[in-house]
Design a binder for this molecule. Structure first.
Ligand SMILES: Nc1ncnc2c1ncn2[C@@H]1O[C@H](COP(=O)(O)OP(=O)(O)OP(=O)(O)O)[C@@H](O)[C@H]1O
Length: 538
C-alpha cells in the first residue's frame, strides 16, 4: 500500500509537472501574443515616454532648484509689513513696472482702493500718504482741478513684471489673496537674478530710506488695519506748538514734561525706583478747543509716531486690544480719543438705574446732568461698540504686560463721566483742561493768522502765552489799508474786544477767520454780526 501509495504519489507528482509545462507554454504563448500585439507595444512606448518625461522633469527640477539656489534670491513681502508700501512705492516710483507691465490697475486714489484710508487733512483723498505714479489728464481742453484729473496706476494683482535694480534683473509678482468675506491680502514676491544677496539687501534698505524720507517732516499716524496689524494710516505735515493757542504756560509745561520723560537717562531713573516707565495724559474739555491739535503738535515737536486706537470698532476685542498695545514701540504716543464713548454702557446703565431707583438726586450739578444727557446722545450715535472691557483697559494702561516708554494720551469731552480708577495718578499723570477760548487765545489766533500779511517788522507782534495781560491799546494813528505790525496789533485788539471770553471754541473762531482768510479788516468789521448770528442760532 505504501509502495502503491508511493507510486501513486509519483504518478500524482508527474501529472502537475506536465500541467506546469503546459501552463508555462501557455504563458509563453500568451506573452508572445501580448508582445506581438500592437496595442501592447504602443502602451509600452507611452509608458517609456512618460517615464522619460518624468525623469527629465525631475532632472530639470533638480537643475532648476540648484540654479535657483545659485542665481536667484527670492523675497516675499506681505502688505501687513511696513516695508510693503515702501517697496511698492519704490517699484512704482522708479517706473520700473510700467515699462514691462501691459496690464495695470487704475485707481482715482493714490492708494489701492481697498487700502484707501480717509485722510481729513487732505480733503479725504488720502493723497499725501502714497502719492504713487500719477498723470494729469486734459479733457476736451477744459481745465480741471488736479485732484479731479489725477489717476494712479498700480501693477495688476497676479501680474508679473521685470525690472532691473543696479543691473540685476528682478522679477516681481503682485499677488492678492482673499481673506474672509471681504478682506484681501496683497503680497509682493521679488526674485533677484544674482549670485550675491547684496543687491536684494540694498534694494530693501533703499526702499525703506526712500519711504522714510517721504515721511520726514511729517507726523506718522498708525492705526489698526483690517488684519489687526499696526499700519500707517497717514503722514501729516508737522504742526508745531506755536500754532497751538492755550492759556498761560500750559503747552510749555506739557512739552517739558514729555521731553523730560523721554530723556534716555530717565528710563534708569524709573527702573531704580521701581516705577513703570510710562506716562499718561488726559486732555479733557470742550469740543473744538485743541485737544487733538495738541497731540499732533506734541508728536511733531518730539518726532513721535501716533498710534491711534479706535475702541469703538466692532472688531476690537480684549485680546486684540492687549496684543496691539503690547506691540507699540517705545517712544511713541498711544492716542485713545473720546475715551468716555467706551463707557457708554456703564453711563447709560448708571443713568437708568439712577432714575429707576429714584436716585436722580445723585446727579447734583446741572453740568453733570447735561453731561449725562450729552453722553446718552453720544452713546446713541456710537453704533459700533467693541467688546473691550474696563478691566482690560486698565490692564493695558498699567498692567504687567503694558508697554514701557510710551506716552498714553486719552481725550474726552466728558471728564466728569470717567471712572476715577481710569484717571488716577499712575495711569494719568497730567490732566489738561480745554475750555472755551479766552481773550488771550483769540488774540494769539488772530495775530498768527494774519502775521504773514504784515510787511514791516518794526516791532515784534504780540500774542503768546498770557497775552491777555498785555493787550495793546487801540491805535488810531495807523493807516487804514496798509498792514504793518502796529496796524495788525490794533486790528487784533479791536477783534478781541468784540469776542466774548469763554463762550466760543477756538475752532468756531477759526471757522469765522476762514471766511476772511487774507482780510483782517473784514474780520474785524464782520465779527459782531457773526457773533449775533451765533447767538441767534443757539
Ligand atoms: N487751542 C487751539 N489752538 C490752536 N488751534 C485750535 C485750538 N482749538 C481748536 N483749534 C483749531 O480748531 C480745530 C479743531 O481742533 P481740535 O480737533 O484739536 O479740537 P478738539 O478739542 O480735539 O475737538 P473734539 O473734542 O471735538 O475732538 C483745528 O483745526 C484746530 O486747528
Amino acid at each position: 500500500m505504501l509502495h502503491g501509495g508511493s507510486t501513486q504519489k509519483v504518478g500524482l507528482s508527474a501529472s502537475p509537472s506536465w500541467t506546469s509545462i503546459l501552463s508555462v507554454a501557455g504563458v509563453v504563448e500568451a506573452l508572445r501574443e501580448l508582445f506581438s500585439s500592437s496595442q501592447f507595444r504602443d502602451g509600452i512606448k507611452f509608458f517609456a515616454i512618460g517615464a522619460a518625461l518624468s525623469t527629465t522633469k525631475s532632472i530639470l527640477n533638480y537643475v532648476w532648484s540648484n540654479v535657483r539656489r545659485l542665481f536667484l534670491h527670492k523675497a516675499v513681502i506681505r502688505d501687513t509689513d511696513p516695508a510693503y508700501q515702501a517697496v511698492l512705492r519704490y517699484v512704482v516710483d522708479a517706473g520700473a513696472w510700467s515699462k514691462s507691465a501691459r496690464d495695470v490697475e487704475v485707481s482715482s486714489y493714490p492708494r489701492m482702493p481697498y487700502d484707501y484710508v480717509r485722510d481729513e487733512d487732505d480733503g479725504g483723498t488720502g493723497g499725501e500718504l502714497v502719492d504713487l505714479d500719477s498723470v494729469e489728464l486734459g479733457i476736451n481742453g477744459d481745465t480741471h482741478r488736479k485732484s479731479e484729473t489725477r489717476v494712479h496706476f498700480f501693477p495688476l494683482a497676479t501680474d508679473s513684471f521685470r525690472f532691473s535694480y543696479e543691473g540685476t534683473p528682478v522679477w516681481c509678482t503682485r499677488k492678492r489673496e482673499q481673506i474672509g468675506d471681504s478682506n484681501f491680502q496683497d503680497t509682493l514676491e521679488l526674485n533677484f537674478l544674482t549670485f550675491s544677496r547684496q543687491p536684494l539687501r540694498r534694494f530693501f534698505v533703499e526702499a525703506r530710506v526712500t519711504f522714510s524720507q517721504y515721511n520726514s517732516g511729517k507726523v506718522v499716524v498708525m492705526n489698526i488695519d483690517k488684519y489687526m496689524n499696526w499700519s500707517q494710516a497717514a503722514a501729516r505735515p508737522k504742526r508745531y506748538f506755536n500754532s497751538i493757542h492755550l492759556p498761560g504756560d500750559t503747552k510749555e509745561k506739557l512739552l517739558a514734561d514729555a521731553k523730560t520723560f523721554l530723556l534716555p537717562s530717565n528710563r534708569k531713573w524709573y527702573a531704580d525706583r521701581g516705577i513703570p516707565y510710562r506716562r499718561g495724559y488726559l486732555l479733557y474739555g470742550r469740543p473744538g478747543s485743541g485737544k487733538t491739535s495738541t497731540v499732533h503738535a506734541l508728536a511733531s515737536e518730539l518726532d513721535l509716531k501716533i498710534y491711534t486706537v479706535a475702541l469703538t470698532s466692532k472688531k476690537m476685542s480684549n485680546a486684540v486690544f492687549q496684543e496691539m498695545l503690547a506691540s507699540v514701540p517705545p517712544k511713541s504716543i498711544v492716542l485713545i480719543e473720546d475715551i468716555d464713548a467706551v463707557f457708554q454702557s456703564r453711563v447709560m446703565k448708571e443713568t437708568s438705574d439712577d432714575v429707576a431707583d429714584g436716585m436722580a438726586d445723585r446727579i447734583e450739578m446741572p453740568s453733570r446732568a447735561s453731561a449725562l444727557r450729552q453722553a446718552q446722545e453720544d452713546a446713541a450715535a456710537a453704533a459700533n461698540t467693541s467688546d473691550v472691557t474696563f478691566q482690560t483697559l486698565l490692564n493695558v494702561i498699567d498692567g504687567v504686560g503694558a508697554p514701557e516708554g510710551r506716552i498714553l494720551i486719552m481725550t474726552t469731552n466728558h471728564r466728569e463721566l470717567l471712572d476715577e480708577a481710569l484717571i488716577r495718578p499712575g495711569r494719568i499723570d497730567l490732566q489738561i483742561a480745554y475750555m472755551y477760548a479766552t481773550k488771550g487765545q483769540v488774540l494769539d489766533l488772530f495775530t498768527r493768522w494774519y502775521e504773514q500779511l504784515a510787511t514791516s517788522p518794526t516791532a515784534p507782534l504780540g500774542g503768546g502765552a498770557g497775552a491777555e495781560k498785555s493787550l495793546p491799546a487801540s491805535s488810531s494813528s495807523s493807516d487804514e489799508g496798509a498792514l504793518d505790525h502796529a496796524k495788525l496789533r490794533e486790528l487784533a485788539a479791536r477783534f478781541v474786544a468784540q469776542v466774548p471770553e469763554g463762550e466760543l471754541s477756538l475752532a468756531a473762531i477759526q471757522g469765522f477767520l476762514l471766511l476772511h482768510k487774507e482780510d483782517p479788516h473784514g474780520a474785524v468789521d464782520n465779527v459782531a454780526a457773526w457773533l449775533r448770528e451765533q447767538a441767534d442760532a443757539k
